[in-house]
Design a protein around this ligand. Structure first.
Ligand code: NAP
Length: 483
């Protein structure tokens, strides 16, 4: 699809924008995935109007129509996971297996929410007044604006779009501008499902224009956003001007605690998978490795060995463990963090340098900082690269206190053989998700996902909890007419 133009999908039609962006492969800057439309504010308003017009019809559509549409979308994503995963890895830079896995997972979200279409069952109660019955039923919220980040081009959007459609809402999706190809392929699948024109709209364009227009529109009933805290704060404040319903998943600084009694192989495997898969560009990445004194040196040595053996390279090379970072800006930001770490007195124990490969891309060595303290900037701010810090602590109590000393609260993990220590951590860690002897990254699709503190705002995403955001409750009182 190189050199081809990809339009927006609005009101049931493919429409050019007012401009285009070129989509480059971060593993090979000579490789273009094509050009992609850029909408402006006026076109975004057209998409909002189309969604408004189509939503009532979609809400009235029979459940089996919605079920069949969601099932078909999910099945096609799963069947084409290899092909679309390749495109996803080509544009985002995550290794091929992760790209394929993300597309397959997107299909699973659709299958899960296809089943939820049939589970929209309300409550019936007798009134406190005789001869009156009360019904509590869920109805769609209306028009939902979906704003997603680049690091999971498909998954973060699909776990919003699938429940939004399942519960009878219309959707306008603004994907991150760095990854429009995955969004375009997804829209192309939806465009063939016979949905009423305007029920699903893809509006590619700049966040400051398309995103801002969606968030500021009084005709959008709900905004679901995943991205950085900085943007989220702006989105939340702006949405509040119209009292628009808003849900946000944002940044993090996730700890992985390793206690003295941990199985060393499990600890290293979890630190590697949690901190460096997806090039560390995951909201669930464990960037703080909090390690008790008795295992500290052995852990650092074993993790350093694992990192040294990791192959950094082209995302589509099957031997690659760690792909490129997403773009030049992210690479510079990562290199700046490495300088900050040095300035703050951390030791760069592994990595810290750019890597050259056969192709020109944004490759960075997996990097490990040791001798760090939790109050250093590198342990308080999200870095979002293939980097993690080791923080030495004396025991489990200090590890828990250190893990909780953050303004974020998405995921937290512990590696230990002690059931008591694991349970204490699981219950007292102030995070939305806790993991025992598992990496901090890697979650299921049928259970709630979300964080605390500055990591999240609003109801949980995923599983049955998603209905809190995508539906609103109506209470009806009915005189039964009984004598
Ligand atoms: P970002 O810069 O905040 O962008 C997120 C989305 O917001 C993009 O689509 C962006 O569009 C759009 N946007 C930018 N300015 C906007 C505005 N003024 N109004 C409305 N929308 C606007 O985040 P990112 O760099 O793409 O993603 C990385 C961040 O996402 C990290 O902080 C990561 O932790 C977080 N994340 C969190 C989760 C979670 O579930 N907690 C999951 C994945 C990622 P453009 O692309 O056009 O700028």
């Amino acid at each position: 699809m190189a050199d081809t133009q990809h339009n927006n999908y609005m009101a049931g039609e493919w429409r050019p924008g007012v401009d285009t962006v070129d989509n480059r492969n971060p593993s090979d800057l000579s490789d273009s995935l094509g050009t992609f439309a850029q909408a402006d504010a006026a076109q975004t308003h057209e998409a909002i109007a189309a969604a408004r017009g189509a939503q009532p019809e979609w809400a009235r559509t029979g459940l089996e129509v919605r079920y069949n549409a969601l099932l078909a979308i999910g099945s096609e994503l799963m069947t084409r996971a290899e092909e679309l995963g390749r495109e996803l890895s080509r544009e985002e830079g995550k290794p091929l297996a992760e790209g394929k896995g993300e597309v397959y997972r997107a299909g699973q979200f659709f299958h899960y929410y296809a089943a939820e279409v049939h589970r929209q069952i309300g409550d019936v109660a007798d009134s406190v007044r005789p001869g009156i019955e009360v019904l509590a039923q869920r109805e769609p919220v209306g028009v939902v604006g979906v704003i997603s980040p680049w690091n999971f081009p498909l998954a973060t959007a699909v776990w919003k779009i699938a429940p939004a459609l399942a519960f009878g809402n219309a959707v306008i999706w603004k994907p991150a501008n760095l990854v429009p190809a995955s969004a375009w392929h997804f829209a192309e699948i939806i465009s063939r499902q016979g949905l009423p024109a305007g029920v699903f709209n893809l509006v590619m364009g700049r966040g400051s224009e398309v995103g801002d227009t969606l968030v500021g529109s009084a005709d959008v009933d709900a905004i679901t956003f995943t991205g950085s805290v900085e943007t989220g704060r702006r989105v939340g404040l702006r949405a509040m001007q119209n009292l628009t319903r808003v849900q946000m998943e944002m940044g993090s600084k996730n700890p992985l605690v390793v206690l003295d009694d941990a199985d060393l192989d499990t600890a290293v495997q979890c630190a590697f998978a949690g901190g460096y898969s997806g090039t560390g560009q995951k909201c669930t990445a464990s960037s703080r490795l909090i390690v008790t004194a008795g295992i500290h040196d052995r852990f650092v040595e074993a993790l350093a060995e694992r990192l040294a053996a990791a192959r950094v390279g082209h995302a589509l090379d099957p031997d690659t463990d760690i792909g490129p970072v997403v773009d030049a800006g992210q690479l510079q930001s990562d290199l700046d963090w490495i300088e900050t770490a040095r300035r703050e007195g951390a030791t760069v124990a592994v990595g810290g340098e750019r890597v050259s490969a056969d192709t020109e891309g944004y490759f960075l060595q997996p990097t490990l900082f040791t001798g760090t303290r939790n109050d250093m900037t590198i342990n308080q701010e999200e870095m979002f690269g293939p980097m993690a810090s080791v923080i030495r602590v004396k025991d489990a109590d200090e590890a828990l206190a250190t893990a909780n000393a953050t303004r974020f609260g998405l995921t937290a993990g512990i590696i230990t053989e002690s059931l008591a220590a694991a349970n204490t951590f699981r219950r007292r860690a102030r995070f939305g998700c806790t993991m025992v002897n598992l990496p901090t990254a890697g979650t299921d699709y049928h259970v709630p996902f979300g964080g605390r503190g500055e990591s999240s705002y609003g109801p949980r995403e995923q599983g049955q909890y998603a209905r809190e955001f995508y539906t609103q409750v109506k209470t009806s009182y009915v005189r039964t007419g009984e004598g």
